[in-house]
Design a protein around this ligand. Structure first.
Ligand code: FAD
Ligand code: UDP
Length: 392
């Protein structure tokens, strides 16, 4: 990794996550500009970064499990230019009261839970009856939405406690759309995602990201903080030079929190190693009950069964996820998006519009809960409609 001099760089990208990498790739493909990327971390890839674990051979997703999925042909064709994808199909299981069930809630979950053999129609009628308490009401919060989708018994078993662990906020104060991400199916389809394409990069995430920026007009400086005045590509110097900047760090931090702080959730990971080939028999096990303090456990080896030959047959590594409110020094992961947060973000967004040479993007720069494919789509759009215009 190396650096242009300040004068050589035509544009500076703050953040080597998928938004910044996509912009960099588009700039060199469509213009003659030289791109300097800086990132405060010691690796590229942002939150989608992964590394290989020496002991087990597993690919560990350092900031939590990342599964690629999209229904956008444009995005799918774009990512396939840099990596092939495995045939991995994401499936999740949940442990409730000592019994393992398939997720998302489907006919298999319903029949196992009620110990019945309902047909799809019978199951729909049962859930309608059980959701009857909310008849005529437009569910506006997660609690009501959850009950209206699956009825109270299934909601209390699989959603209520998990959501309390994940958000530490009363579900009746959480927005309904959090739960709408999860499908409910009256057949035995237990694919977690509804998208047309999904898979994992065959040589891992980092190999994919390196290929995106493998170009002599792109340079990357790691461990370089945009707000550190001792490094050349810092905020003040860039602002006074008028050089184009793409900023993918937290928007409130850019403005020194002058209007207050946007709220985020973070996740702590606890690593557990087992002297076993396979501990759960699946990559993700959710824990639905309150007595298990973590939300889910990730067994990384199981994301890549096709790599069996390079895995240790007698060891496995599991990460348990503990979710909590982010303090100022924590990694911001999930925007909480309360009503106050949304108002505050609008105010920061208005401030950002007067920063003429800076484009704000990505999860942190726009305070949005984006998946990878959405970040790539917004970056392709931002290049075309914002960044390109700054380079002429
Ligand atoms: P980031 O990846 O956050 O990159 C921003 C970069 O900016 C970081 O590298 C950061 O170090 C850098 N930066 C910040 N401040 C500064 C500064 N002051 N100076 C220099 N650099 C700075 N998406 C999926 O599609 N599937 C999944 O299964 C999935 N699972 C997820 C699980 C978790 C726990 C989380 C948190 C996210 C998940 N995502 C998933 C979402 C995915 O991580 C994001 O969509 C994507 O990584 C966002 O890319 P980005 O470039 O916007 O932001
Ligand atoms: N959820 C739940 N039980 C589960 C899985 C998910 O209650 O076993 C709820 C929870 O509120 C969570 C939301 O559904 O925040 C979205 O789940 P998803 O798996 O998409 O969350 P993510 O992977 O983004 O953490």
């Amino acid at each position: 990794m190396s650096s242009f001099t300040f004068d050589e760089a035509d544009i500076v990208i703050v953040g080597a996550g998928l938004f910044g990498l996509t912009i960099a790739q588009q700039v060199v493909e469509h213009t003659f500009a030289r791109v300097q990327i800086i990132d405060i971390r010691n690796h590229i890839g942002g939150n989608a970064y992964s590394y290989f674990d020496d002991e087990t051979g597993a690919e560990i997703h350092k900031y939590g499990a990342h599964l690629f999925h999209t229904s956008s042909k444009v995005v799918w064709d774009y990512v396939n230019r840099f990596t092939k994808f495995t045939h991995y199909t994401h499936r999740v299981f949940a442990t409730h009261s000592g019994v393992v069930y398939p997720l998302p809630i489907n006919l298999g979950t319903i029949n196992q839970f009620f110990n019945k053999s309902y047909t799809p129609e019978q199951a729909k009628r049962l859930i309608e009856q059980q959701a009857g308490e909310l008849a005529g009401k437009n569910p506006e919060n997660l609690n009501d939405k959850g009950i209206s989708l699956i009825g109270r018994p299934l909601y209390e078993a699989f959603i209520k406690n998990y959501t309390a662990k994940q958000w530490q906020t009363d579900p009746s104060e959480l927005p309904a759309d959090i739960i709408t991400r999860l499908p409910v199916r009256f057949n035995y389809d237990n694919r977690y995602f509804k998208d047309t394409w999904e898979g994992l990069p065959v040589d891992g995430y980092t190999a994919w990201f390196k290929r995106m920026i493998d170009h002599d007009r792109i340079r990357v400086s790691l461990q370089t903080d945009f707000f550190d005045e001792n490094q050349p590509f810092n905020k003040d110097t860039l602002n006074s030079s008028g050089k184009p900047v793409v900023y993918t760090g937290p928007i409130d931090k850019y403005f020194d929190y002058c209007l207050g702080q946007l709220q985020w959730r973070t996740v702590d990971f606890k690593e557990v190693r087992y002297d076993e080939a396979d501990h759960f028999g699946c990559p993700v096990m959710n824990f639905s009950d309150a007595d298990v303090p973590y939300t889910r456990a990730i067994e990384f080896k199981n994301f890549n069964p096709e790599r069996q030959d390079s895995m240790n047959p007698s060891k496995t590594v599991v990460w348990q996820e503990y979710s909590r409110f982010a303090e100022p020094d924590d990694e911001p992961y999930y925007p909480i998006n309360t009503h106050e947060d949304k108002l505050l973000y609008q105010q920061y967004m208005q401030l950002s519009q007067s920063e003429n040479n800076t484009v704000f993007g990505g999860r942190l720069g726009t305070y949005k809960y984006y998946d990878m494919h959405q970040v790539i789509a917004t970056a392709l759009h931002s290049f075309e409609h914002e960044v390109k215009l700054l380079l002429h």
